[in-house]
Design a protein around this ligand. Structure first.
Ligand SMILES: [Zn+2]
Length: 91
């Protein structure tokens, strides 16, 4: 699997996207290619293949990079190689 997923600028935090006065970017997760995190909001993002991303809906299970349980929040902008997915830890 080719993974251009980490190319491009860090994505905007999804919370910032919907609050224009609080726009901020997420930062790459150390040691994880193509995964970003916003510590302030407990939000993660990664790039998913468009076909797969289209099947995912808000609330769907989304495994975290560390093996923990996560939950889908929304899809974001298109990226080279796929679509951004925003998700957070479950619970
Ligand atoms: Zn944030």
């Amino acid at each position: 699997m080719t993974a251009p997923a980490s190319s491009g600028p860090n994505p905007l935090c999804d919370v910032g996207r919907t609050h224009p006065r609080d726009r901020h970017r997420m930062r790459p997760v150390e040691g994880e290619l193509g995964v970003w995190v916003c510590d302030r909001h407990g939000l993660f993002a990664r790039v998913e293949e468009p076909g797969k991303a289209a099947e995912l809906e808000r609330g769907d299970p989304m495994p975290l990079h560390d093996g923990g349980a996560g939950v889908m929040v929304r899809t974001g902008d298109e990226r080279p190689g796929g679509v951004l997915l925003y998700y957070r830890a479950a619970g």
